[in-house]
Design a protein around this ligand. Sequence first.
Ligand code: ADP
Ligand code: MG
Length: 279
Amino acid sequence: MSEREMVYEGANMAKADVVLRAKDLRKSFGGLVATDDASFAVERGSITGMVGPNGAGKSTLFNLVSGFYTPDGGSVSVNDTDVTGKPPHDVAREGLIRTFQTPRKLEGMTVREAMMVGATPQTGESILPLFLSPSTVTSEERANLDRAEQLLERFEIAHLIDEPSTDLSGGQLKLVELARGITTDPDILLLDEPVAGVNPTLANDIKRFIRELNEEGQTFLIIEHDMPFIMDLAEPIIVLDQGRVLMEGTPEEVRTDQRVIDAYLGGAEGGRPGSGGDE
Ligand code: ADP
Ligand code: MG
């Protein structure tokens, strides 16, 4: 069947306590509609998954809700505050933090320095020169560093704190990203493919850490290409296809939905559920 005949059911918008709400988001790049009237809501306390074939628009949606892209239409709210069109540091201040599918350039930084860059979303990366001259480190920054160090210990990578971040494995970098994201205690943390390129042992550790943080109240929205990983970790799961929300459901509902199977079979790069990463 052609995807045009597919019934796009959309997401469940009827949730009691919503941290993040996207309504009718649109974004085009030239003639390509990457986000096509996408609406969804993330309930506080949940680990919400986001899946879809390569090119479905998952990363674009993250960029839109976190302020890295300005939508052509629609709205975004965090804790019922309208953040549409606001820059990333303003969205972060409202409580939304995201990680990147490909961890950002950390060249020349130790893990400690990389953690500090992530720990101060309100001032962004401009804080780094200040941090590097100890006399200007504020008490807030010191508190953030303490918290960052605790998180590295918790994630069992504290021994790496003085290492150049370029020496870290892909999985260790993903853990640093997770620690950076969590340092300022966001109301919602968005993870873009947290186990892409990560070995199975470390992927299991990452799953355990996410679960533990969630049990302590942390809300997550997670894009992940690794189907067994996300199906085991997240509920509900939102399925994107061609920039639109196809459906939302339990892992079991998603796994058995014929439209989801069709979407993956017809995906931009012929992807299928469980096939490897992108970018
Ligand atoms: P996913 O993360 O689901 O694989 P993306 O959001 O990365 O998908 O991409 C969705 C579509 O938008 C793709 O066709 C991609 O090529 C396009 N796209 C994403 N970002 C840009 C950009 N900055 N400029 C042009 N096209 C883009
Ligand atoms: Mg992506």
